[in-house]
Ligand binder design. Structure first.
Ligand code: PFF
Length: 445
C-alpha cells in the first residue's frame, strides 16, 4: 500500500474503523436518544433511517470520492475540481463548522469523563448540579481538548487509526449487554413501544429537519470530515463498500443506544422530552439497578469517552488539514492554534449549563442555552446546508461522470452497475429533499 508524506490509512479495515470512529460518538449515544425523545419516538426513528439511506449514504460516497480523488482537505479538494471563486467557500464553511462543533462537543465529551469518576465515587449529586459547576466544566472541557490535540498531532495512521481499532467492537458488545438488562426492567415494554411503534401523524417539518440534521451529524457529513478522511484512502479500496460499512456500523450503534435508553426511561418514569440531559440522567440509573453496575458503568463511560475522542479528532482534523495543506503550517502549529481558538469559543458553551444564567437561558432563542444554540446552528443547520452544497458540487459541478471514474477504482464491475442509482440520488433526490427541508424552516411553505 502506498504511503505518502501526507500519511495514509494502513489498510481497508483501518480506514473503515477510523471513519466509523468519526461517525460513532456522542451523536449516537447522547444526541440520537435525546432528539428521538423530543421528537416523539418511533416515527422520528423511521424518518431518520430514511434520511440515512436516501441522503446520508449518497452524500457519504460523494465526500469520500472527492477526498480520495484530490487527496486534499475540503478547501483544497474543491479548488482542485473547479475554478470558481465561490465553491471553495463551502470548504471554508466546513473548516469553521468543524471548529464550532468541536467547541461544544468537547464540553459534552468532558461530561463523559466526569461520569467515569462520578460512577466510581457513587456520586449522589444531580446531573444539573454537576454541569453547573464552572471549574469542573472548564476543567473537563480543557482536558478533552488536550487529549484530542495529542491524538491529532500523532497524524492519521498512528493517532487516529490505532484508537479506533479497539473501540467499536467493545462498544457494540457492552450495548448488547445493557439492552439485555434494560429489557428485563418492569415497564420496559412501554419504552420499546415508544421507540419502535411509529405514529406517523406526529411527523412535522421540524421532525424531518431534526432527522436530516441528525443523519448528517451522526455520519459526520456536510463539513468535509469525510472528504478529509477520504483523502487518506488508497485507490485500491472499494469506496461504496466502505461507505456502506460505515453507515451500517453508525446506524446500528445509534439504534442500539435507543434500545438501552427508552426501556429504562419508561421503567423509571422519566420524561423522554427532557433534552440533552437525557442519557446522563438515565444511564446512571441503569448502572445503579444492575448487578455489577459500577464496573459496567465505569467501563461504559470510558468507552463513550473514547468514542467521543475518535469523533473530536475528526472534527479537529478538518481545520488542521486545511492549515497544513493550504497554508503550509506544520501539523503541530496548526493543532496548537486551532485548539486554542476552539477553547476560547467553547467557553460560553461550557458556562451555559447553569454557571452563568445569561448563557443558560437565552430569551431570543426560546430560552435555549448557548450550547444548544451552537448545536442547532452548527450541528444541524450548517451541516445540512453544507450537505446540500456538497451534493450539488459533486453531482453537478464536478459531475457524477467524473466522480464515477474515481468511484470505479477498486470497485470492480459489479459495483459499476450501482453508479447510475447513486448518481440519480445525489443529483436529484438529495438536493430536492434537503432544499425542501431547509426552505420549510424559513416558513416559505
Ligand atoms: N459523527 C460524530 C458523532 O456522531 O458523534 C460527530 C461529528 C464528527 C460530526 C465529525 C461531524 C463531523 F464532521
Amino acid at each position: 500500500m502506498e504511503q505518502t508524506a501526507r500519511g495514509a490509512w494502513t489498510s481497508r479495515t483501518g480506514f473503515i474503523l477510523a471513519a466509523s470512529g468519526s461517525a460513532i460518538g456522542l451523536g449516537n449515544i447522547w444526541r440520537f436518544p435525546y432528539v428521538t425523545g423530543m421528537q416523539g419516538g418511533a416515527a422520528f426513528v423511521a424518518v431518520y433511517l430514511g434520511c440515512v439511506l436516501a441522503i446520508g449514504i449518497p452524500v457519504l460516497i460523494a465526500e469520500l470520492t472527492l477526498g480520495r480523488h484530490t487527496a486534499l482537505n475540503p478547501v483544497g479538494a474543491i479548488r482542485a475540481i473547479t475554478k470558481s471563486r465561490y465553491w471553495p467557500l463551502v470548504g471554508y464553511l466546513g473548516v469553521i463548522t468543524g471548529a464550532a462543533i468541536l467547541s461544544y462537543y468537547a464540553v459534552i465529551a468532558g461530561w463523559t469523563v466526569g461520569y467515569i469518576f462520578r460512577t466510581i465515587a457513587h456520586s449522589s449529586s444531580t446531573f444539573g448540579a454537576f454541569v453547573a459547576d464552572p471549574a469542573i466544566e472548564i476543567g473537563n472541557f480543557a482536558l478533552f481538548l488536550l487529549l484530542t490535540a495529542g491524538v491529532v498531532i500523532g497524524g492519521v495512521e498512528r493517532g487516529i487509526e490505532r484508537w479506533s481499532k479497539i473501540l467499536m467492537p467493545m462498544l457494540f458488545l457492552i450495548l448488547l449487554g445493557l439492552i439485555a438488562f434494560a429489557l428485563t426492567l418492569d415497564g420496559a415494554s412501554k419504552g420499546v413501544e415508544f421507540y419502535l411503534k411509529p405514529d406517523f401523524s406526529k411527523i412535522t417539518g421540524s421532525t424531518v429537519l431534526a432527522a436530516l440534521g441528525q443523519a448528517f451529524f451522526s455520519l459526520s457529513l456536510g463539513m468535509g470530515a469525510m472528504i478529509t478522511y477520504g483523502s487518506y484512502i488508497s485507490k485500491q479500496e472499494n469506496l461504496a463498500i466502505s461507505a456502506a460499512s460505515v453507515a451500517l456500523a453508525d446506524t446500528l450503534i445509534a439504534v442500539l443506544a435507543g434500545l438501552v435508553v427508552f426501556p429504562a426511561l419508561f421503567s423509571v418514569g422519566q420524561e423522554p422530552t427532557q433534552g440533552p440531559s437525557l442519557v446522563f440522567n438515565i444511564l446512571p440509573r441503569i448502572f445503579e439497578m444492575m448487578p455489577g453496575g459500577t464496573i459496567v458503568g465505569v467501563f461504559f463511560f470510558i468507552l463513550l469517552a473514547i468514542a467521543a475522542l475518535t469523533s473530536t479528532v475528526s472534527l479537529l482534523e478538518v481545520p488542521v488539514a486545511f492549515l497544513v495543506d493550504q497554508k503550509k503550517w506544520s501539523r503541530k502549529k496548526a493543532v496548537a492554534i486551532v485548539t486554542l481558538i476552539v477553547f476560547v469559543i467553547g467557553l460560553p458553551s461550557a458556562l451555559s449549563q447553569g454557571s452563568v444564567p445569561a448563557l443558560s437561558s437565552i430569551e431570543w432563542f426560546g430560552g435555549r442555552d448557548f450550547l444548544g444554540i451552537m448545536d442547532f446552528i452548527f450541528g444541524n443547520l450548517s451541516l445540512t446546508f453544507g450537505g446540500l452544497l456538497l451534493a450539488i458540487l459533486v453531482g453537478w459541478v464536478w459531475g457524477t461522470r467524473n466522480a464515477a471514474e474515481e468511484l470505479a477504482l477498486g470497485a470492480g464491475p459489479r459495483f459499476a452497475a450501482l453508479i447510475p442509482g447513486w448518481s440519480f440520488m445525489l443529483r436529484f433526490v438529495c438536493p430536492l429533499i434537503i432544499a425542501a427541508v431547509l426552505l420549510n424552516l424559513t416558513g416559505i411553505f
